[in-house]
Design a protein around this ligand. Sequence first.
Ligand SMILES: [Zn+2]
Length: 366
Amino acid sequence: MVVDPPGTLSPSRRNALDPAPSTTYIRQDETMKISSTKFHSRPRRSPRRWGLTLLVLATFSASTALAAKPIQVLTTIGMLGDVAAEVAGECAAVEAMMGPGVDPHLYRASAGDVTKLARADLILYAGLGLEGRLSDVLANFSRRKPTVAVAELAVPATELRYVGTSTIDPHVWMDVALWRGTAAVIRDALLTHPDIDPECAAGITARTSAYVEQLAVLDAWVREAVASIPERQRVLVTAHDAFQYFGSAYGLEVVGIQGISTDAEAAVADIRRVAEVVAQREVPAIFVESTINQRTVDAVIDAVRRRGASVTLGGQLYSDAMGADRTPDGTYIGMLVRNVTNVVAALGGAVPALPRGLSEWEGRWQ
Ligand SMILES: [Zn+2]
């Protein structure tokens, strides 16, 4: 077994002990006060729409103004928070409990999280067993307020992958076409929420359609990018088994050093098995993940080199959490673009330019 050196903690254990950093998605007017970044910016209301709003406020009572307050949405993983922010626009204030580098498999709710859950109007989690250690607290809140297992509802049962016979692989965001379904689930959760401003309905529906369209473009781009890797080298070796959906959707063989969850540390036999594959197939690079300790990947590199083969570190992939807030990597689309760019470049492919359907995103990232 791989053992922590004395006095150190693996990132996953740190996550379990420390108060977890959280990610806040802020409406444009607030964003502009904090930073000039256009990240997470929302289209402003048109003057005509403002005029209409003012007319409504003037005509009806002050309670209309109260009803127009954005609802508070709390998500578990950042990928859900990002989709929710895209779909909701200014109609919701979206926050994700788990920030960059946080491992959802091991995450336990802190006292602060319980307060946030209690204050939220709508709770969105992935389900499919991803947030295993939050299941009790989520079940508890689901009796009191709208609490939606978004990925569980979005992904058809026939598309799910299993580990063994009964454990579902929860990493569905790695297949863009599957993750696309989360936007409609979140749209419906917002539209049916008792506290949503009725004026928000058209905007939420329009933003969902636009975002779903962008994800279709992203899906096609990922496919084209991966297809450029020489066939023999289409092998993705990563620290834990988060990329099976990615591999199956886009045509890569995926070899995880650890299992599907990060609960069990990689054993010596796993390291030997993976090193064997890498040496035999002459895989040029293997990858570390932002939420996983790098040691096991380093151990594989050492084992490959002892077999006389060469392999390099292909860089960091985002598996179970996105990158830093208000950076391209801190969005779902940016996370996928970064991963695909790293994988395709390191495995000998050619990364295609982003298509026109994603040019809005390139604009945000400049
Ligand atoms: Zn995972």
